[in-house]
Design a protein around this ligand. Structure first.
Ligand code: ASN
Ligand code: ZN
Length: 321
């Protein structure tokens, strides 16, 4: 029975489940961190000083602030996929405590990983709502931490777009895992529920159909390409890291839906093997990354269906392997 989880909104349930799971994890040995999350949520109280006031520590009951509770649950969901899906104990693989600050700045319309912790804005309430609403956005930020500790993809040009894409891939996988959705059932959106209802759009990005997430008077049209023919050469956004990420995002979507079933089990495993394999240059290109996925697929699954599906997915987005 593949691991599946329903989205845990009931914190009491979550605590019970984590307690039950604790008995099945390996005992802690010297130098090895316990395989449990160690979360701390802070409230920046609409200021910019980090981390702000500590408002919830690991194991504490939920309080009144839904944003704090969502951040706590989102960190937990991300920790859980990396542990159960990929046997990775936290961001650094060694139980790193997870720290997040919510209510960062005033009307702050973004979220980010600052090298040490996650930071979430409340949004301006006109374009963006609270950045703790989509679990995939929270997982996206945490995955920047995983990338930092592993392939350390340089945040510009193609390696930067790969860095962004890897965060979207694992962000989406965390959402799919928590909802118990197969690749076919998933919406493959990043940031669904984040846009104000007045904005013409459904999410920040679509891995299924890059370029279609929104088309709005203020935001403009979603600029993401889904094929190398439409690769955007730009100085902005570190060379379009949030734009050209559409191409590897779409390759992952094509692979996962071709394979079918739970996307984190084979497609996700291949991406994880590449990210953590130690063979990628920090300034690697899409083609380097694609070749690495083919190699890792052959290593783990041989030259069968998975390998063919990987080659096909990259070919469909115009990236050579
Ligand atoms: N939310 C953005 C991201 O994680 C922040 C940034 O531009 N780095 O990609
Ligand atoms: Zn990002």
């Amino acid at each position: 029975e593949p691991a599946r989880r329903t989205l845990v909104q009931d914190e009491a349930n979550r605590t019970r489940r984590l307690t039950a799971a604790a008995g099945t994890t390996r005992p802690t040995i010297a130098g090895e961190a316990a395989e449990k999350p160690d979360r701390t949520i802070h409230d920046a109280q609409n200021g910019t000083e980090l981390p702000g006031t500590k408002v919830r520590s690991e194991g504490e009951e939920p309080g009144q602030d839904a944003t704090v509770n969502r951040a706590y649950a989102g960190l937990g969901a991300t920790f859980e996929l990396f542990l159960k899906g990929f046997k990775r104990n936290s961001i650094d693989g060694n139980g790193l405590p997870l720290i997040a600050s919510v209510h960062y700045d005033e009307k702050y319309g973004n979220a980010f990983w600052d090298g040490n912790q996650m930071v979430f804005g409340d949004g301006d309430g006109e374009i963006f709502l609270d950045f703790t609403i989509p679990v995939d956005v929270m997982a996206h930020e945490l995955t920047h931490g995983v990338t930092q500790y592993t392939a350390n993809l340089a945040y510009s040009g193609q390696s930067g777009a790969l860095n962004e894409s890897v965060s979207d891939v694992f962000g989406s996988l965390v959402k799919q895992y928590t909802l118990g959705q197969t690749a076919e059932q998933a919406d493959w959106l990043i940031g669904a529920g984040l846009l104000h209802e007045n904005v013409q759009g459904v999410a920040l990005r679509s891995m299924k159909a890059p370029g279609t997430a929104y088309d709005d008077d203020v935001l403009g049209k979603d600029p993401q390409p889904g094929h190398m023919d439409d690769y955007v050469d730009t100085e902005q956004d570190n060379g379009g890291v949030h734009i050209n990420s559409g191409i590897p995002n779409h390759a992952f979507y094509l692979l996962a839906t071709r394979l079918g079933g739970n996307a984190w089990e084979r497609a996700g495993q291949i991406w994880y093997d590449v990210l953590t394999g130690g063979e990628l240059a920090t300034d690697c290109t899409f083609a380097d990354f694609a070749k690495a996925t083919a190699e890792k697929t052959a290593e783990r699954y041989g030259q069968g269906d998975e390998h063919e599906a990987v080659l096909k997915a990259w070919s469909q987005v115009g990236v050579p392997t």
